[in-house]
Design a protein. Structure first.
Length: 258
């Protein structure tokens, strides 16, 4: 069995956890959004090799669950892929050649310009949701996504939907919050990304947790021995003006967080 296949199988069968979080999960910056150094848009951590092996597996075997693109979203997807490649050209451990990228784990990804979401899913640990605001629309719409590590939701229920519908059935996402979030998306500026994080206790440490709306996802409160935290970023692409919602997922044992 090839090394990559062994890693992919291990990633599927065993929990993938990080040793630590790069931020204090208790001290959330109020109101939850803070400026982000553009150099920190994409990050790597100690779970890189195993997370990437799982991503390779999901992109190959479950593409219908982890990738979705609406008609007309191709330019934004290509622009995002080019932006990621620009970062990786300067990133230690990566080698970006003509038509291929070798990752820090030694895996070479052959670039296919016709399949930008698949390429994005195999290059970095971040998941990406692309949101665009059609002319005359009141809200941004989810037009494309590579989502290998869903935390209890499915792309099929969200793709093509506006922000307020995407957040169903979050009870706290009322019309007032919806307006505030939409103003935030409208205000994201090129070259000035933003970030926030969440931190929730889970019983199941699996990274790939797609669930239908309304299905309980945290597990038995007594058995929630893991903390799952998403480092979420917002950035704007200069040409298509699409907003990119990036998600870097951490899972740590709660004993490591204390």
């Amino acid at each position: 069995m090839a090394i990559s296949e062994t890693l992919a199988l291990s990633a599927v069968m065993e929990p993938i956890v990080q040793d630590t979080l790069p931020y204090d999960p208790v001290e959330k910056p109020l109101p939850g959004i803070a400026p982000l150094d553009p150099e920190q848009w994409l990050i790597q951590d100690d779970a890189f090799t195993r997370q990437m092996a799982l991503r390779d597996h999901l992109v190959a075997d479950r593409p219908g669950l982890v990738m979705a693109m609406e008609q007309g979203a191709e330019p934004a997807c290509h622009e995002l892929l080019n932006a990621v490649l620009d970062v990786l050209r300067e990133r230690p451990g990566y080698s970006v050649g003509q038509g291929h990228v070798t990752r820090p784990d030694g895996i070479t990804v052959v670039l296919d310009p016709a399949d930008p979401l698949r390429m994005l899913g195999r290059l970095v640990q971040e998941d990406f949701c692309i949101l665009e605001k059609p002319d005359g629309a009141e809200e941004h719409i989810l037009t494309a996504a590579i989502l290998c590590f869903p935390a209890g939701w499915t792309l099929a229920e969200k793709i093509g939907r506006p922000l307020i519908r995407i957040h169903k059935p979050v009870a706290s996402y009322d019309p007032n919050i919806a307006k505030r979030v939409q103003r935030l998306f409208d205000g994201v500026q090129v070259g000035r990304p933003l970030w926030r994080f969440n931190a929730l206790d889970y019983q199941d440490p699996s990274l790939f947790q797609p669930r239908k709306e309304g299905v309980q996802k945290y597990g038995d409160p007594v058995e929630r021995r893991f903390m799952r935290s998403e480092r979420q970023t917002l950035s704007r692409l200069p040409d298509t003006r699409a907003v990119v919602f990036g998600i870097h997922t951490f899972v740590i044992r709660k004993t490591d967080a204390s």
